[in-house]
Each structure stands twice: as C-alpha cells, then as structure tokens.
Design a protein around this ligand. Structure first.
Ligand SMILES: [Zn+2]
Length: 365
C-alpha cells in the first residue's frame, strides 16, 4: 500500500495537531506516495534500527521519538542524527514519528502504562484547553437534518462517549439577494423571511476545514451563514499524563515491587514513602516532572514517570511518592501498542517489532 494510507490512519487516531510545540511528529524522511509492504516499529530511530530496516526489507520505520527535533544545517555524518537521516535517505527508508500526539490521547502511551499496572477509572491528568470550538449555523427547517448529518459525519458533535450532540432552536431568518444573486428561496431584490433552524455543535479545532467544507456542501443556500466560536473548555479526552486507581489498595513498597516487575525496570528511584496505602496512581511516560502539581492536586498517592533530577525530587514534600522508573522503561510498551494499532486496521500488512534495545541508559549493578 501507499505510505500515506498508513500515516493517514495513524493521524486519524493521533492527529499531528495534538503534538506539543517542541515536537516533530509526522513524516520526517520519505515520500507519502511511496509503496510499502513492511514497517519496522521502534521507540527510537537509531542507526542500528535503520540497519535493521534495510536488512529486513522494511520500507518505513515508525518510531515514537522523532530522530530530528531541531533544524539540521549540515549533512556530513558527524552526528548520529545526521547519519541516521542520511542512511535512511540513501536506502529509501522512510521515517515516521508518532510522539506527543500519541502521548496526549486517551488510548496512547499513558493508557498502555495504566493498563500494564492494572489501573481502572482512568482519565487524563492534565486535560488541554483551547482544542474545542463551536459552530453555529442557520438552515431552512426542511434541510436541517441533512446538514446535521453532514456535520456529525465530518467529526462534529463528539463529546466523550457521546456523539451526534447538537442544540437546535427554530427562528426566522431574513435576507435580500442582489440582482446577481440566485437564492435558493425567494426572489432577488425582495427581502425574504424563512423559517430556519439554528444548529449549534462543538468540534475539535483540528477538524475545522473538513467540517466547514461538509457544511457548505450540505447547506442549500448560495451564501451559508455560520459563526465559529473559540471555547476555553478543557478537552477531557486530550492532554498530558493519566490518573487511575488500583482495585485493591496496597502498601507503598509492595506497589513499587509490582511496578518494577510489570514495567521490567532494573531500578526505581523514588522519594520517601509517606506511610499511606496506595490507591490513586498518576502516570506519565517519559519526562513527566511538569505534571507533579497536577498529580498532587488530583490526590495521587504515587506519581510514576521518568527523567527526574535531584532537586526536583524535593518537590514531593511528603505529599506523594515520586517514582522515576526510567524513560525507556516507562515507554517501552508503546512499541507493542503501535503494532497492535496498525495490525488491527491493516490485517495483512507486515509489522516487525525492532530487535534493537535502543535504551541509551545502562545500569551498572
Ligand atoms: Zn519519550
């Protein structure tokens, strides 16, 4: 199939618009119209992973972390980033990254950590704002349903577990077309009164152009009247980190023992135990230190993340146990998650999980 079929599917689940500003998710190397028959999945796209793709005949590497974060100015194989990009280009291997856009969705990196730890009642720890917008449009009553349907089909009206959400009220619209107009109802040059439905519905901001296109195509008027509103509501299904609960509360040491086994950690660096039993657990794959305040405010007993520095551990202040399980360890199951996501949609497409352990951190025990 074409690479674009795979990337369009991945982006329908984890839209690129949901990535953080510093990120570089998306197609980094390669052309979207190239033919692919096999993909290699990895957490990092290192030189060894590119070698593996070449050796196994994979035309694309899907990695969680982007190999390129910042602009590259020279291509002379002096850094590992340049060597990876150069080698991939020379060998027609595409590189695609699905990073913070996969972190920020309800079924992404953090959901997989929650699942691995057996957490239930999970929700986003720090939901994002300004991702939702509202559309208001005015449609002749007889055509209201066709417009509603088109808007819902394009992705409007989804709120959590609810779809096809809208608010509707009838009223009278007026308009007078110019001599050059071709009104759907009424006569040019004469003010017309029409019974219309005012339809309101919310939509994710990243789908705006698709939704407006659907509205204009389904609406009978020559000039479609609509208003777009910015909403400051939080989007409960999009954001950083997750929080969930253990079915049976347990002792802190016992819980960290379970985490160590489940997440296959060599070591866990953590702050002093508080003496409370662990019920609520906040998680964030990778560098999640910025979420500590959210974890404490949400009443988490333990915060599982990675990349903690010495001074940052003091911020626990006896309110919570910070558990740094290692960046690679926290995100390693993302590889399986990606395999499952792709396999579910493209049943006959070959997926290969990398055999390279890309963790740059080694433990001397
Ligand atoms: Zn990461």
């Amino acid at each position: 199939m074409k690479l674009s079929q795979l990337t369009a599917y991945l982006e329908s689940l984890a839209p690129l618009a949901l990535q953080e500003d510093y990120d570089n998710s998306g197609l980094i190397v390669g052309q979207s119209n190239m033919e692919i028959s096999q993909a290699l999945i990895s957490l990092d796209c290192t030189e060894a992973v590119v070698d593996e793709a070449i050796a196994t005949g994979c035309q694309v590497i899907i990695s969680h972390h982007p190999i390129v974060f910042k602009g590259l100015k020279k291509f002379n194989s002096k850094t590992y980033v340049e060597r990876v990009v150069e080698k991939a280009i020379r060998n027609n291997v595409a590189i695609y990254a699905i990073h913070t856009n996969l972190d920020n969705i309800m079924t992404g990196v953090n959901a997989r950590i929650c699942e691995t730890l057996g957490l239930t009642n999970t929700r986003i720890l720090a939901p994002k704002q300004n991702l939702l917008k509202k559309l208001v449009t005015y449609v002749p009553v007889a055509q209201a349903e066709q417009v509603r349907k088109a808007l819902f089909h394009a992705g409007a009206g989804h709120i959590g577990e609810y779809s096809e959400s809208s608010f509707n009220v009838e009223g009278t619209g007026t308009f007078k077309g110019s001599e050059n107009s071709n009104p759907y109802v009424g006569e040019p040059g004469i003010r017309h009164h029409e019974e219309e439905m005012r339809i309101e519905t919310v939509y994710p901001a990243n789908l705006e152009s698709k939704i407006i296109m659907a509205l204009v195509l389904a609406h009978p008027y020559e000039e479609v009247a609509y208003d777009l509103y910015n909403l400051t509501n939080q989007h409960q299904q999009i954001g950083s980190g997750m929080i969930g609960e253990l079915e049976v509360p347990m002792d802190e040491a016992e819980f960290l023992g379970e985490v160590k086994a489940a997440m296959d950690c060599t070591v866990i660096r953590h702050t002093a135990f508080t003496g409370k039993r662990v019920k609520k657990v906040a998680v964030c794959g990778g560098s999640g230190g910025f979420l500590l305040k959210h974890a404490i405010a949400a009443g988490a007993d333990v915060f599982i993340t990675a990349d903690y520095k010495y001074h940052e551990f003091f911020d626990a202040e006896g309110k919570i146990v910070i558990a740094d399980i290692g960046h690679f360890e926290s995100e390693q199951f993302t590889q399986q998650l990606l395999c499952e996501i792709i396999q579910e949609k493209f049943v006959n497409f070959a997926i290969r999980l990398t055999k390279v352990n890309t963790n740059p951190v080694k433990y001397f025990i």
